[in-house]
Design a protein around this ligand. Structure first.
Ligand code: ADP
Ligand code: MG
Length: 723
């Protein structure tokens, strides 16, 4: 009677929660219900206060303290009406998760009652005792104070709980000396830098009275769902988020029958429920579908301003976790929960623009607009080519290492896919003025010698890490578990650098009285000639690509440990400092934290492998061995010739398992002896990972021969196909 058998019985007996669909509610009615949105502010704030807040949100104006008091008071009243008893500054520490510190609105008064208080200064700044978050050497424990500061541009919201609601305020988290301890601070800084230089270029193209240019992000989130009974019977899923043992199921994803297939009823119920909750929080959940692997799904909210998309993405993940449990399931955000089965990514769709001009990555209707579009595209090409290593480092983690480079996710080599049409245009630009096109009739030669472009580039390339998709670039390497902030900070900063470079060149050409169009043409030719090597429209999964990429001088940083040092090269430190995103200490701190998280993740997995191998897998094998031995003895006693092959097989596999466990134990024994984080991380990659693989190989071999009723762990088959 194994834990697994019990789990299977429990799954069979499970009754899903009664549906909560309210027929009287119009679809979409609840959207933004729990958000202190612009329209709520407009209704509740005096006109002058409202105007002042809007100026801060849209034009980046400094927030007046008197305004903060008025907003805090209106926010408090609104939240109390919504049943909130507490407020929380929500911040995004470098664990990659969200953190929150709750305070009650109510303060005791001398007459023995309590009064709801919420001052402007409490809204603007908080001081959580948050000394236990990773800081990579930025703080000593004796000066451990960290401050949270309100991000006015990301709306506050009320989070519901059956036992009482909380007003949540998205904030940055910085040290006493103002250094970033979180993901939001650099995101806001980088967004500002990028916007500033984009505006210089737009001014050159004749735009005036510009609204701030910001970055937009549309994150696509892939995830797995498993029945919670199975989850609870797998210590590896519970503690590491991925299976450390398990053979591939006889039926995998080879039929491609799951991709975009009918969504199972129970999963659909979960999706409906989550989307309604997300809607209440103002998160524009839009697309949902089955993914490639069995048990794998995707949600893609509509794109939003980068920092809001990042906050919403974190909130989406927490909402999903809570609601999956309600529906008797567990959600797995890990990049590779099941070996040999497709992993999960979080594609970051990136564009820049503002509400006046829309996305600046959209081809225009006339040659003049196209010149502007091509300039912004060229900025992306230059940025990705010069700083491919930083993009790679922005998605580096122990968990994402299992995915990048496998034939399902983009390779670890960072290249750009432009599509045939656009690649063709740039090829011609490289040769000089564009005069004709592959597909006649679509492009015409404009007066400015720049061609008119088709608005739909048509083709898609699923194997490229950075693909142009018509009105945006899609960065496909980020892992499903990570926050989108890291990649967005990098994209914004490297774009700031390219846009600055371009703006400076064009400004000086204009100042020298050169023809603007000719200067643009020359600049485009220069950029594509120098940086065109990063453009690759072929198959990123092919064996020929790494060889070709090497010839082109593109880096192939296979693991996290190869990628992280990119953060502390002089080039990187100079870049981030120049645009005010990170100072040198902050860069070193991020590097240290990256190493530390890598070593910690693998350390936990290694200890779990040892524990489960010793206490779960080995005993199952021994029981089966005993059963077989008893059978042999009984046959011999009865005078029947016994076949020893099964007994010999299990004995051999048990021998291999014991030996592998011994090696893993020895490798773990070295842990903690090394003084530097780099040495620990290297030990994890060089010693622990191979030792874990050996244990797994032996254990998986046993799974294939041990009697089914003795096998203690839910199998891949059960976890992936029973929903
Ligand atoms: P696909 O599967 O084709 O990549 P999805 O619909 O799954 O498309 O996801 C596309 C994502 O890209 C969505 O989040 C969408 O809002 C986002 N997106 C669309 N246009 C832009 C844009 N201009 N800038 C940033 N993101 C965008
Ligand atoms: Mg996509």
């Amino acid at each position: 009677n194994t834990v697994r058998m019990q789990a299977i019985r429990d799954v069979e007996a499970y009754v899903p929660p009664a549906h909560s669909f309210d027929e009287s509610e119009a679809p979409g009615e609840v959207f933004g219900e729990n958000v202190f949105s612009k329209s709520v502010m407009q209704k509740r704030l005096p006109k002058s206060v409202y105007k002042s807040v809007m100026a801060t949100i849209e034009k980046g104006a400094k927030l007046d303290p008197l305004v903060a008091d008025a907003v805090a008071s209106a926010m408090k009243d609104w939240a109390l009406e919504k049943g909130a008893t507490h407020y929380a500054h929500v911040f995004y520490p470098l664990t990659g998760l969200s953190a929150e510190k709750h305070d009650s609105f109510f303060e005791p008064t001398p007459d023995g009652t309590a009064l709801a208080e919420f001052a402007g200064k409490t809204l603007i700044q908080g001081e959580p005792d948050a000394s236990s978050f990773p800081n990579g050497g930025l703080r000593n424990t004796f000066e451990a104070r960290g401050y949270t500061g309100w991000d006015v541009t990301s709306p506050a919201y009320v989070l519901e709980n059956p036992n009482g609601n909380t007003l949540c305020i998205p904030t940055v988290f910085v040290s006493m000396t103002g250094e970033a301890l979180d993901h939001k601070t650099p995101l806001l800084r980088s967004q500002q830098a990028m916007g500033e230089h984009a505006e210089r270029i737009l001014t050159l193209f004749g735009h005036s009275d510009l609204e701030h240019v910001v970055s937009f992000c549309g994150p696509e989130q892939e995830y797995f769902l498993v029945d919670r009974h199975f989850f609870l019977a797998r210590p590896d899923l519970m503690n590491a988020g991925r299976t450390l043992f398990g053979t591939k199921p006889p039926k995998g994803q080879e039929f491609d029958d799951h991709y975009f297939g009918a969504i199972p009823e129970r999963v659909l119920g979960f999706m409906m429920d989550t989307e309604r909750e997300l809607f209440k929080l103002g998160i524009p959940a839009k697309t949902r579908h089955n993914e490639v692997a069995p048990g794998q799904f995707e949600i893609a909210p509509m794109f939003e301003r980068g920092n809001i998309a990042a906050d919403h993405q974190q909130l989406l993940m927490t909402t999903f976790k809570t609601l999956a449990k309600k529906h008797g399931m567990e959600i797995l955000f890990h990049e590779k929960p099941f070996a040999g089965v497709n992993g999960s990514g979080k594609h970051v769709n990136f564009s820049l623009g503002n509400s006046q001009l829309g996305s600046l990555l959209v081809p225009g209707d006339n040659p003049h607009d196209n010149a502007q579009f091509l300039v912004f595209c060229a900025a992306v090409i230059r940025a990705v080519h010069l700083y491919a290593g930083l993009l790679r480092a922005s998605v580096a983690s122990a968990t994402n290492d299992h995915r990048l480079g496998a034939n399902e996710a983009p390779p670890a080599i960072i290249s750009i896919f432009l599509g045939d049409q656009l690649a063709d245009v740039f090829e011609q630009i490289a040769k000089g003025p564009a005069t004709s096109s592959k597909r006649k009739g679509i492009m015409t030669i404009g007066v400015d010698t720049l061609p008119q472009l088709p608005t739909d580039p048509g083709d898609r390339n699923r194997t490229s890490p950075f693909a142009f998709t018509g009105n945006r670039f899609e960065f496909r390497a980020p892992g499903s578990m990570q926050t989108v902030s890291g990649p967005m900070v990098t994209i914004n900063t490297i774009m700031a650098d390219s846009l600055d470079y371009i703006a400076t060149k064009l400004e000086s050409a204009v100042a020298n009285g050169l023809d603007f169009d000719a200067a643009v043409q020359e600049l485009l030719t220069e950029i594509i000639t120098e940086h065109g090597a990063v453009v690759f429209n072929g198959d990123g999964y092919s064996d020929a690509w790494p060889i070709e990429a090497e010839k082109r001088g593109l880096a192939n940083l296979k693991t996290t440990l190869d990628a992280l040092p990119e953060l502390i090269t002089p080039k990187a430190i100079e870049l981030f400092a120049k645009y005010g995103v990170f100072n040198e200490r902050e860069m070193h701190s991020r590097y240290e934290i990256g190493l530390e998280q890598y070593a910690l993740t693998i350390g936990v997995e290694a200890r779990l492998t040892l524990e489960m191998g010793t206490t779960v897998v080995l005993p199952a094998g021994v029981r089966y061995q005993t059963e077989l031995a008893a059978n042999v003895a009984a046959l011999r006693a009865a005078g029947v010739e016994a076949d020893l092959s099964a007994l010999e097989d299990v004995t051999a596999d048990l021998g291999a398992l014991r030996a592998a466990l011994g090696s893993l134990k020895a490798a773990l024994g070295h842990e903690g002896e090394d003084e530097s984080t780099l040495a620990e991380a290297t030990h994890a990659r060089e010693e622990l990972l191979p030792a874990m693989s050996a244990v797994r190989a032996a254990a998986d071999a046993l799974e294939e021969i041990v009697a089914d009723d003795l096998w203690p762990l839910p199998t891949y088959q059960e976890m992936l196909y029973i929903l």
